[in-house]
Design a protein. Structure first.
Length: 185
């Protein structure tokens, strides 16, 4: 639902506000965290563009720069800071207005410039807990683009761990395998 110029629902007293951006992708929000200058606003806008191009379901801004979080009904809800409602920073253009939703249930957390981002991340780094709610997490290493990781997370399913094929299954000394353990010759 695209909100009108009216202000979003007020956050209850004590509802935390964090330095983050959030967008609604389909029926779940992606909460984007990271240090200042890490690209939170840019990633939010890239996701909006990916939604418009049909790569992922429709994407609408929840908020940019400051997000209020509230745990209720066993879900974590995100809403924009009232003074920033419907605003997003586009580097090179400045602050712009765009369609927004006044709140959305968080389905994913993306951490930019994450120290634990890795090619094959440990299972425990793919989960985070915010306000007592456990959520899937995407840790993104410094210097890597988060957009392909998010699109992959939204459009693919995890594979249950399975043992790598035996070496005798590999022709002509090719010993690289996709799996949790990478074998090399």
């Amino acid at each position: 639902m695209t909100a009108s110029p009216s202000a979003p629902r007020e956050s209850p007293p004590g509802a935390p506000s964090i330095h983050a951006s959030a967008v609604l992708v389909g029926d779940q929000a992606v909460l984007i965290r990271g240090p200042s200058g890490s690209g939170k606003s840019r990633l939010a806008f890239e996701l909006i563009l990916a939604g418009r191009s049909g790569q992922i379901p429709a994407v609408t801004l929840v908020g940019d720069d400051r997000i209020h979080l509230e745990a209720r009904q066993s879900r974590l809800w995100a809403r924009p800071a009232p003074r920033l409602t419907g605003l997003i920073e586009i580097r090179g253009l400045g602050i712009r207005r765009c369609d927004f939703v006044s709140e959305a249930a968080v389905g994913w957390v993306v951490d930019l410039d994450a120290a634990d981002g890795a090619r094959l991340p440990a299972p425990e780094s793919l989960i985070t807990t915010l306000s007592g709610i456990e959520l899937p997490r995407i840790p993104v290493q410094t210097g890597f683009s988060a957009l392909p990781l998010i699109i992959a997370a939204l459009t693919t399913r995890p594979v249950s761990p399975s043992p790598a094929p035996a070496e005798e299954d590999c022709p002509d000394e090719i010993h690289n395998h996709i799996g949790p353990v990478v074998a090399t010759d």
